[in-house]
Design a protein around this ligand. Structure first.
Ligand SMILES: *[C@@H]1O[C@H](CO)[C@@H](O)[C@H](O)[C@H]1NC(C)=O
Ligand SMILES: *[C@@H]1O[C@H](CO)[C@@H](O)[C@H](O)[C@H]1NC(C)=O
Length: 394
């Protein structure tokens, strides 16, 4: 019964208005890389007893969830050889009325496909998430997540069925850092672990880096752009792509930041002339070679040759705001010793003709700040992702 009450209290707390406390920040180390892992992730200890899980940091989705063995349904379609044994909550963790306010807010956050309560199981909060490359079905769980020494009761998804089913995956789930009202960061605020809804990530070029919450970065040289809500994503608005100062395509298109995407995708009408210009730039002495991992690749004698031939790219937003993309932020050195474009054809993803999706590859060695508190997005190059001096620490 005591457990029951703590759950109810946790639910109520989630719905209380926020009371700011002293300034605070949480910083977590990142693992993984763009290539060959394809994910940047944090380790979080979840459940009772707490077990470690790898969560992919995803600013393009709202819900935090992990693969899960539902006490009644089991793990219907889960990764066959997971990194860690599947999270297995008790029924009590999943007891969240479907018409409960939290569940309601979650449905609104996830949009599409989550319109009504499923009458079959009114005591659980079901959800369905659609990703570019699959779907996940689950129910909301309230359980302990520890950041540092003490755990907090946090709501997240117990994903018991994923399509397509994978054989292996470098991660156990997703840390949803989207703009949702019931996301991970708003919950940290409710627990007064942080006072500001600010997320920052620095994805190390050679892997690793850090993720931080609630931090005010007192760093020089940050470029700030007003945050525009574009459908589901964090967006600095319309952008045009320039190669070595030359505009590739005459119209702008909405750009969005999505740390859940390994590569950057641009619409085919921009991608086609871009690839032509790149081929032109490196000259006829270098023909494209085949690589199993990526579509547009070349061989070079040395990295110096690469740096000499590949000119910088930039994304230009309104009011002369720009993101500079050096060659190393749009190329990948593959295991076949080729240099390949880390910018891919938008035709490969849903809605890829309507937006520029700025993925991990482009954000490497850059601190990217999603400042929900002040409605702005910021970025600054940070070689090796060395930690800045935080305004304050937890
Ligand atoms: C995330 O939540 C926001 C705010 O409720 C919503 O507008 C957006 O559609 C959601 N995004 C996704 C990817 O579900
Ligand atoms: C992008 O995809 C479209 C459709 O598959 C294809 O016609 C086009 O050649 C591709 N562009 C490049 C540069 O690969």
């Amino acid at each position: 019964m005591a457990a029951m009450w703590s759950l109810i209290i946790a639910l109520l707390l989630l719905l209380l208005p926020l009371v700011p406390s002293s300034s605070s920040a949480i910083t977590l180390p990142l693992h993984g890389n763009v290539y060959p892992v394809g994910h940047y992730y944090v380790t979080m200890k979840i459940g009772n007893p707490p077990m470690p899980y790898f969560l992919d940091i995803d600013t393009g989705s709202n819900l935090t969830w992990l693969e899960c063995k539902h006490p009644q349904l089991g793990c219907q379609h889960c990764t066959q050889h997971p990194k860690h044994p599947h999270y297995s909550p008790q029924l009590i963790n999943l007891k969240v009325e479907c018409n409960n306010k939290y569940c309601d807010a979650l449905r609104k956050d996830l949009a599409g496909g989550n319109p009504i309560c499923q009458h079959k199981k009114p005591h659980q909060c079901h959800y369905n998430i659609q990703y570019v490359d699959g779907t996940s079905d689950g129910v909301v769980s309230f359980d302990m997540i520890s950041l540092g020494e003490n755990g907090k009761s946090i709501a997240f998804g117990c994903g018991y069925s994923q399509q397509p089913q994978k054989e292996t995956s470098p991660v156990d789930g997703v840390l949803g850092l989207g703009m949702g009202t019931v996301g991970f960061v708003p919950q940290l605020m409710l627990h007064k672990m942080i006072t500001k809804n600010i997320i920052g990530h620095c994805l190390g070029k050679d892997g690793g880096g850090y993720l931080s919450f609630g931090e005010q970065f007192h760093l020089g040289g940050i470029t700030w752009a007003p945050m525009r809500k574009y459908e589901l994503f964090y967006s600095p608005g319309q952008a045009s792509l320039h190669l070595n100062g030359q505009q590739i395509y005459k119209h702008g298109v909405n750009a969005v930041f999505d740390s859940g995407s390994t590569y950057t995708y641009i619409p085919a009408r921009i991608y086609n002339p871009f690839v032509l210009k790149v081929q032109d730039m490196i000259g006829s002495s270098h023909r494209e070679v085949h690589d199993d991992d990526l579509p547009h690749c070349w061989k070079f004698k040395s990295i110096h040759e690469v740096q000499r031939l590949f000119k910088p790219l930039s994304l230009q937003f309104h009011n002369k705001i720009a993101m500079h993309i050096p060659a190393m932020n749009y190329l990948i050195h593959t295991r076949s010793n080729n240099w390949c474009l880390a910018i891919l054809n938008g035709t490969q993803i849903p809605d890829g003709d309507r937006r520029i999706l700025i993925g991990d590859a482009t954000m490497r060695d850059m601190l990217v700040i999603y400042d929900n508190q002040h409605g702005r997005l910021g970025w600054v190059h940070q070689p090796q992702c060395t930690r800045p001096h935080p305004a304050s620490r937890l």
